[in-house]
Design a protein around this ligand. Structure first.
Ligand code: CDT
Length: 312
């Protein structure tokens, strides 16, 4: 039986501070409609798809901060998105700021969900690798306060049986870490869905060229795909948000590591690829047959040690 999934990568253009959830959801629905016209079965939206990339703003008023978080999903604002996807028979994933009461306390996470074609949330992932810093940094040309607004996710990297294959999620900065893909790879992942918001400028190195930042993006997702024999669907929120530019360059990456679809704009744009999950098999059964070739007796430092310890 064919295991081809036609995927729509729903890159989003910028969302301004003043844009409501309704504006974001209307644009997401328009992308869903385009995906339906192109016969997609699964649509992938970016990280923090419902709001501007708010960690660039230093906020202290809890009410101002909470305004960027969802306390239930779906909620009144996102219900129309779930309804339209169900109407079209489309599965989808997207990211949002999640605020929850759990274990007697309040927690905020940078979260992505996986929703099946009947509108049921079948998977949730809370971002592990939070980049940036926890307090205002005057040395930076702009802020990246993910460590202030989010806790490190408590879900770990999970993969789910989904649409006849094995699908996992990660979020933005996670894509730069080989550990992300390997933990998913060890669960047999065949498609990794991820969204990103990546500034086009390095706030700590103004001289860093945008094309180098794009290269690092591509390098990370292509290596993750190849080294684990998996598809990677990597989708940006792009363009200029309140004067701050975000990279485009959403891609769909084949298990060979080759990019098979790439966004051309920094606006709302659908990229489409037929992803044959069986294309993973060759890599998983040969050069990256983990069971035959991995040497875990030599990998201990990876989980025993976080930072670098140089030899004496
Ligand atoms: N959203 C996110 O994780 N962005 C980071 C920016 C890193 S610079 C502090 C990324 O890895 O693209």
């Amino acid at each position: 039986m064919s295991r081809v999934i036609r995927v729509g990568g729903a890159q989003m253009g910028p969302l301004q501070k003043s844009d409501s959830r309704q504006v974001a959801v209307e644009r997401m629905i328009a992308l869903l409609d385009r995906a339906r016209e192109r016969d997609c079965r699964l649509v992938v939206f970016p990280e923090l798809a419902l709001t501007t990339f708010f960690p660039r703003w230093d906020m202290d008023d809890p009410r101002e901060i909470d305004a960027y978080f969802e306390t239930e999903m779906p909620n009144a604002a996102t219900r129309p998105l779930f309804d339209r996807a169900k109407e079209h028979g489309l599965a989808f994933s997207f990211g949002y700021g999640e605020r929850v009461e759990e274990d007697g306390g309040q927690h905020r996470y940078n979260t992505s969900i996986l929703v099946d074609e009947t509108g049921h949330i079948v998977g949730k992932y809370r971002k592990t690798h939070l980049p940036g810093h926890a307090a205002f940094d005057p040395e930076r040309s702009f802020q990246h306060l993910e460590k202030k607004y989010f806790e490190v996710g408590n879900t770990g990297f999970r993969a789910w049986r989904f649409m006849g294959g094995i699908v996992g999620m990660c979020i933005c900065n996670d894509r730069r870490w080989p550990e992300t893909y390997r933990v998913l790879g060890l669960q047999g992942v065949e498609m990794v869905l991820l969204g990103f918001n990546t500034p086009s400028v390095n706030s700590q190195r103004a001289s860093e060229a945008e094309d180098l930042r794009t290269f690092h993006n591509d390098l990370s997702v292509q290596a993750g795909a190849y080294q684990n024999g998996t598809w990677v669907v990597s989708i940006a929120k792009a363009g200029v948000e309140d004067g701050h530019e975000l990279l485009g360059g959403s891609t769909v990456v084949h298990p060979s590591g080759r990019i098979v679809a790439r966004a051309q704009t920094v606006d709302d744009e659908l990229i489409v690829a037929d992803c044959d999950l069986d294309a993973c098999n060759f890599y998983k059964e040969t050069i990256f047959d983990f069971a035959r070739h991995r040497r875990i007796e030599h990998y201990g430092l990876i989980t025993q040690q976080t930072g670098v310890v140089r030899p004496d």
